[in-house]
Design a protein around this ligand. Structure first.
Ligand SMILES: [Zn+2]
Ligand SMILES: [Zn+2]
Length: 244
């Protein structure tokens, strides 16, 4: 199987180490046809997210400059948005979603919620989930509900690292993603996915994306683990949006 695109990479605009040009240069060097620049949404705290949505306009001009240097690489503008409420709100406004080539969404720690209660539920559910089976079930329900609502409300192409740190109902999320044409990510940075979870998701008809989630240019296009895992789960290139 050949992977031709890396749809999940970070730059210094969030907490990556390289510039847009650095990531694109690496993509060109290893023969990728496409790369997406997908920094974290602005509600990610501690300087992890982009400072404001206006950064996306700057990123777009940097993408155009990089594409001029490496005309054989198609460079896309995306965001790895945060879910900020159980209702599925995300931290990218509709007018900015329109400007994007690609919208990624994932659950992360240290995200400023829309409403304190939502954040409290999700944070508490996450941190305390080891305590009782009841809380664990509640965490799973809330995490799944937040992601399913986000997938149903926004034009999301990829749900990043589903199940990483936040327990989810893989089957329910995969079903929602399949219905809306959103892909399930096999993230080679976090390596949280298992063969059995991939098979469960694939049974719902969802497609997959194998991404590096590179936070430094040298990791752009680092797919080996994902390709191996996909092979173990019996995925064919037709089931993976960036493979052939
Ligand atoms: Zn992430
Ligand atoms: Zn990421």
């Amino acid at each position: 199987m050949e992977l031709f695109a890396d749809y999940h990479t970070h730059t210094r605009h969030s907490h990556g180490k390289g510039t847009v040009l650095d990531n694109v240069a690496r993509a060109a060097q290893i023969g990728l046809e496409e790369i997406a620049i997908t920094d974290h949404g602005p509600r990610h705290m501690l300087g992890i997210g982009i400072r404001s949505l206006a950064v996306l306009d700057k990123t777009r001009s940097e993408i155009e400059a990089a594409a001029a240097v490496y005309p054989h690489v198609k460079v896309k503008l995306g965001v790895e948005a945060n879910v900020t409420s159980i209702r599925g709100d995300i931290d990218v406004a509709p007018e900015y979603i329109e400007k994007l080539d690609l919208l990624l969404v994932g659950l992360h720690l240290m995200v400023k919620p829309e409403q304190w209660l939502d954040g409290l539920n999700r944070a508490a559910a996450h941190f305390l989930r080891g305590l009782t089976p009841g809380l664990k079930r509640k965490a799973r329900l809330l995490n799944t509900e937040a992601l399913v609502n986000a997938v149903n409300r926004h034009p999301i192409q990829i749900v990043t690292h589903p199940g990483h740190r936040f327990d989810i109902d893989t089957r329910a999320l995969a079903r929602a993603c399949a219905a809306r044409g959103a892909a399930f990510e096999i993230n080679t940075s976090h390596q949280h996915m298992t063969v059995s979870l991939i098979k469960t998701a694939a049974n719902e008809g969802v497609k997959f994306a194998i991404s590096s989630d590179a936070h430094q240019p040298s990791r752009v296009g680092d797919f080996a683990y994902g390709v191996w895992l996909a092979g173990q789960a019996g995925l064919t290139p037709e089931m993976i949006v960036n493979a052939r």
